[in-house]
Structures are given as structure tokens and as C-alpha cells.
Design a protein around this ligand. Structure first.
Ligand code: ZN
Length: 198
């Protein structure tokens, strides 16, 4: 039996997956960015590294069949299906309290806070925030290097599917940005379907 997880708007959820389990990230209403982190929770701790992934695959984002890598170059996840027009992002940090303060919001949920809350529920505290994989985020660099985030073009039901390459702790957040077109007109939920290896 598979598992089904709803990540409510402007929140995050942590869940463990086993090697070869499939993780489908679904944007039911469209235009909602989903941030994803993956951790190997043994000793030493390892995590999905967007910079190492870009270096190894020599692209801004994995193509279907390519991997997301940890800090030591070990494949942690494989992108097995991309049922979204994209684009996806692997350049931006998670939205965070300082970003919202710069925009004039003193108290605002953020993907960074939601990550650490989800990790705390698993008994894990880390003194830093790895950069996330931002599925459905429309922020491709322009030819002159400009980096701007536009409204997501992901349609309702757009999804991506990943395969775990080892046992992992995954955190998914439904991005909290609501003062900017990043997530369309409103922040909405993200759904996750987990299918065990057959
Ligand atoms: Zn966010």
C-alpha cells in the first residue's frame, strides 16, 4: 500500500522513505512551488546538495533519469518522471525570515522555518539550511545572468516523480511566498504519494 501525505499551504512535512520507494510530488491546484530536501540521517549526516548536483550533472537541473546527489557525490534521488512543463529551480535558497523582513513582513511563515520545524519533529537539529530543490519554480536565469522569480506555470495536477536511491528522510514544504507572484494568486497545498518498491 502506498502512503498519501498532504502538505497544507505555507507548511512542511517530514517523512522517511526506503531505498527504491517512489515519491510523487503533486501540485493539485497549479502554480504552487514545492521545496524538497533529502537527508541521510546516519552518522555522518548527509544531505542533498544542489551545488554538487549541478556540478556532477553539468546542468541547472537534472533531466529525467539523472540523479540528485549528496555532499560526497553519492546519488540520493533519481528524477524518474517530469509531468510538469517546469521549469524547476536549483539556484535559489529557501524563503526565510530575512527575505520576508526585507519585503516588510515581520512575522511570516517560511520554507526555512517549516524545514526546521519538520526536522525537529524527527528529533533532528541542524545549525544551517541546505538549499532546497524548488519544484515548479519559474526562475530560469536569463542570458545576461538576471535571476528573477516569475509566477509558476505549473498546471493543476502537474507533478514530478523521484526514486529514492537509499533510505532517506525527506522534507517537503508548500512555499509560503504570498506577496509576490511566485505561487500564483494564492498559496495552496502540495500532495505527496509514496509507492513502495515492488
Ligand atoms: Zn518558500
Amino acid at each position: 500500500m502506498g502512503r498519501h501525505i498532504v502538505v497544507p499551504p505555507q507548511s512542511g512535512r517530514a517523512f522517511r522513505v526506503e531505498k527504491d520507494e517512489l515519491i510523487r510530488i503533486i501540485d493539485p491546484r497549479g502554480q504552487q512551488v514545492a521545496d524538497l530536501w533529502a537527508f541521510v540521517t546516519g552518522d555522518p549526516l548527509d544531505w542533498l546538495s544542489t551545488s554538487n548536483t549541478r556540478d556532477i550533472i553539468e546542468r541547472l537541473f537534472p533531466a529525467v533519469g539523472e540523479h540528485f546527489y549528496g555532499t560526497t557525490g553519492e546519488p540520493l534521488l533519481t528524477l524518474v518522471a517530469n509531468n510538469s512543463p517546469g521549469p524547476h529551480d536549483m539556484l535559489f535558497p529557501a524563503c526565510n525570515a530575512a527575505l520576508y523582513r526585507r519585503a516588510g513582513f515581520d512575522e511570516h511563515p517560511s520554507c526555512q522555518d517549516n524545514l526546521h520545524k519538520a526536522l525537529a519533529a524527527e528529533g533532528i537539529a541542524i545549525p544551517f539550511t541546505p538549499d532546497p530543490v524548488d519544484f515548479f519554480q519559474n526562475s530560469l536565469p536569463t542570458a545576461d545572468g538576471t535571476l528573477l522569480v516569475d509566477a509558476s506555470i505549473n498546471p493543476p495536477g502537474g507533478s514530478v516523480t523521484l526514486r529514492a536511491e537509499r533510505d532517506l528522510l525527506i522534507v517537503v514544504t508548500a512555499c509560503s511566498v504570498d506577496h509576490h507572484p511566485t505561487n500564483g494568486d494564492a498559496c495552496t497545498e502540495i500532495e505527496v504519494e509514496l509507492t513502495p518498491a515492488t
